[in-house]
Design a protein around this ligand. Structure first.
Ligand code: HEC
Ligand code: HEC
Length: 343
């Protein structure tokens, strides 16, 4: 409830800002989540800002996110693999085709609360949100571009010159500006209005009794790694799924043998939207995930020692699943301010 008031006041301040800037038409700013961070979140690691100029960068980043012209053959945008209605994951696909139908080996993660992540990617290989888009833009399995050619593609479309001018003060299009605008869009993808959040913020009826029981089960078995309120402690762990030859995880970044087959603990917010699951999308459903965690006898060697060692009953599995689904943030996935601006 406090957050709704937050949106309202931010909107008022932004509208006041537009009027005082002498524009005759007050454009309603996009409902980017809130006047900042949800009150029950810790401090972000990437600065969040909803000032007027930062909102212009957000709009530029938003347009680029949906633009297929930023890939070599003009068929793939960021949103080809990160779909708005699925909390910016790629629902139903374990790997996602890029330019020419080529695929990498990893599952496209949902995108939200990135401003709180000390590192991105399943192996933590990117530590700054402003460098993140370089990877998909240049990866031959994804958009297969060079950054200098991204600049040229943006220069082709006159709509961009106005967007760059509003965001940065003049028409110049360069890589630094592109990355800053992407980061402003990505950092604004804040998700903190699920039923669980409503419950934590003081509404005892936001979760039903099954979901509350599920929360208890979750706190006993899962939250050591999937720590509230972001549902990750952002460490790298082995959760007992069997290793594959194609991906050794964190060791690729650190080269430390003890990091072999460890992956970053993902957030579980919006997990009901983002099947399939795990770094390679091996589990098609939450039932499969829960069955994995409930079968300690099947954990692979080197599973983390804080993995749960308990088999759950059929009822407990249902309750745990009900709780996980209460982390779905419908306000987030339906936010028109995050959708493709050209539709
Ligand atoms: C062809 C599919 C594809 C395209 C296109 C794509 N991504 Fe991704 N994205 C992925 C995959 C797969 C990963 C996980 C990669 C890894 O962990 O190594 C990922 C990871 C990310 C992450 C890290 C999320 C996290 O929580 O660690 C961000 C942010 C991101 N992508 C943003 C973008 C942006 C911005 C674009 C467009 C410039 C884009 N992606 C284009 C597939 C794609
Ligand atoms: C020891 C730390 C740890 C514990 C405890 C743990 N997890 Fe995980 N979880 C992980 C890691 C690491 C991954 C990613 C593994 C991978 O992809 O290789 C993961 C992945 C997941 C995923 C997939 C998310 C996605 O976006 O693909 C779900 C769902 C999940 N865990 C649910 C649970 C539940 C439910 C519990 C409790 C029964 C639990 N986890 C306990 C570490 C843990």
């Amino acid at each position: 409830m406090g957050m709704k008031a937050g949106y309202f006041f931010t909107a008022l301040i932004l509208i006041a800002g537009l009027i005082s800037c002498g524009k005759d038409e007050a454009v309603i700013p996009p409902p980017v989540s809130g006047g900042g961070a949800p009150s029950h979140f810790p401090a972000p690691v990437y600065p969040i800002s909803f000032s007027r100029v930062e909102n212009e960068k957000f709009e530029l980043g938003r347009k680029m996110f949906y633009d297929e012209n930023l890939s070599l053959d003009r068929t793939i945008s960021c949103s080809s693999c990160h779909k708005t209605i699925a909390a910016f994951s790629d629902p139903g696909r374990s790997t996602s085709p890029g330019v020419g139908g080529k695929t990498g080996v990893r599952n496209a993660p949902a995108l939200f609360n990135l401003a709180w992540k000390p590192s991105m990617m399943w192996d933590g290989g990117v530590v700054n949100l402003e460098f993140q888009p370089v990877a998909p833009l240049t990866d031959t399995n994804e958009m297969h571009m060079q950054i200098k050619d991204v600049v040229l593609r943006l220069q082709e479309n006159s709509e961009y010159s106005d967007l760059f001018k509003s965001a940065f003060g003049n028409f110049e299009i360069n890589s630094q500006r592109i990355l800053q605008a992407f980061a402003r869009f990505l950092s604004a993808l804040i998700s903190g209005s699920s039923a669980y959040d409503n419950y934590i913020l003081g509404n005892p009826n936001a979760l039903n009794s099954n979901e509350k029981k599920g929360l208890e089960i979750f706190r006993q078995n899962c939250s050591a790694c999937h720590t509230e309120p972001l549902f990750s402690d952002f460490t790298f762990r082995n959760n007992g799924i069997s290793a594959t030859a194609s991906d050794s995880g964190r060791v690729r970044i650190t080269l430390l043998p003890q990091d072999r087959n460890k992956f970053q603990v993902p957030s579980l917010r919006n997990v009901g939207f983002s099947a399939p699951y795990m770094h390679d999308g091996r589990f098609a459903s939450l039932d499969e995930v829960i069955n994995h965690y409930s079968s300690p006898q099947n954990f692979s060697a080197n599973a983390d020692e804080i993995m749960p060692q308990k088999e759950l009953s059929v009822q407990e599995k249902e309750q745990l699943k009900a709780f996980l689904l209460s982390l779905n943030d419908y306000q987030f996935v339906n936010n028109p301010g995050f959708a493709n601006p050209d539709y």
